[in-house]
Structures are given as C-alpha cells and as structure tokens.
Design a protein around this ligand. Structure first.
Ligand code: HEC
Length: 157
C-alpha cells in the first residue's frame, strides 16, 4: 500500500463516493432519456374530427379502428397502413373507393368484419369484437368512405 493512497480505510471493492454519485446521476440520465424518447417516438394520435367526437358510435368505432384495423387499412382507410405492403395475398384495398368489393350493405360490411374474407389477410373479428363493437367499427368504415352511416348500425334490428 503506498503512502499516497487517498483513502486507505476503504475496502478493496468499494468505489469513490464521487464515482458512486456519478453512476447514480448517469442512471437517472438514462431513465430520463428513455422517458423522453418514449414521449417523442410514440405514435402520434391525431385528435378526432368534431363530427366523430360528437357521435358516440363513431368515437367508439374510431378507437377500435385505430387500434385494430389501421395497421393494414391505414389511418384514413386508403389501404396504406404500415404493414399493408408486406402482406401476402390480395391487397388491402382502399375503403374510400367508390365501390366496395364485398358490397356496401351494412350486413355485407358486418359479415366481412365479423367473418373475414377467406384466403386473404382480412380475418374475422367476431372473437375479438362483440356485436356492438363490430357495428361501431363498421359505422366508422362508412364514415371514412364518406358514406352516410346506415341507421341499422345504430339501432340493430
Ligand atoms: C392484417 C391486415 C388487416 C387487418 C388488421 C384488417 N383488415 Fe380489413 N382487409 C384486409 C385485406 C387484405 C382486405 C381485402 C380482402 C379482399 O381482397 O377480399 C380487407 C378487406 C376489408 C373490408 C372489405 C372492403 C371491400 O372492398 O369490400 C372491410 C370492410 C374491412 N377489411 C374492414 C376491416 C376492419 C373494420 C378491420 C378492423 C377491425 C380490419 N379490416 C382489419 C386486411 C386487414
């Protein structure tokens, strides 16, 4: 042991108190950096337009759509969701097109949503969405396509 050892009483495994303070500060810094990048990188959720915010059915449908459908169908329904280009099988299609491939009656749209389309990546959602939820998201699909929301989606017959 040399005579100039600054802290001869410390055990060999201990670290300088100033270094310990630095490590705590660095750890706090990492936690802060993680939190800041979480806030920065998380999906920006655009606020709902007034006509959606003022309509409970469309508000519910929008929440379901953004959570479950937008990855493929895209935020505005144009078929350009983040995973759409990587899907195998028929393309997602544009829900805002004038024609819907599987028909535009509410029972047809609901059938696609609940049962899916065989041999495509459009799966049936009846295990996940209960009937009122399926009607709400169907209503939101009409809204995205700028079509009037059929009354029977509001008052099931
Ligand atoms: C994994 C990707 C994927 C997800 C998630 C998805 N879809 Fe689809 N969807 C598709 C594909 C692919 C088609 C085209 C099927 C075809 O060609 O017949 C489709 C077709 C549709 C159609 C028929 C459009 C037409 O032209 O007739 C509707 C309506 C629809 N989806 C609604 C929804 C709703 C509502 C959700 C969420 C609950 C959803 N989809 C989730 C991939 C997806």
């Amino acid at each position: 042991m040399s005579e100039i050892d600054p802290a001869p009483s410390r055990s060999p495994n201990s670290i300088l108190p100033s270094a310990a303070g630095m490590i705590v500060l660095m750890m706090l810094g990492l936690i802060l950096a993680g939190f800041v990048s979480y806030l920065w990188l998380r999906e920006p959720m655009p606020p709902p337009p007034a006509e959606v915010a003022g309509d409970p059915l469309l508000s519910e449908g929008r929440a379901i759509y953004l959570g479950r459908c937008a990855t493929c169908h895209g935020l505005a329904g144009r078929g350009d969701g983040p995973i759409a280009a990587n899907l195998i099988g028929p393309p997602v299609g544009n829900l805002t097109d004038a024609e819907w491939k599987h028909g535009d009656r509410p029972d047809q749209v609901l059938a696609v949503i609940e049962k899916g389309v065989p041999n495509t990546r459009m799966e049936g959602w009846s295990n996940v969405l209960d009937p009122p939820e399926a009607r709400a998201v169907a209503a939101y699909v009409y809204y995205l396509a700028k079509r009037p929301v059929p009354e029977e989606l509001r008052k099931p017959g």
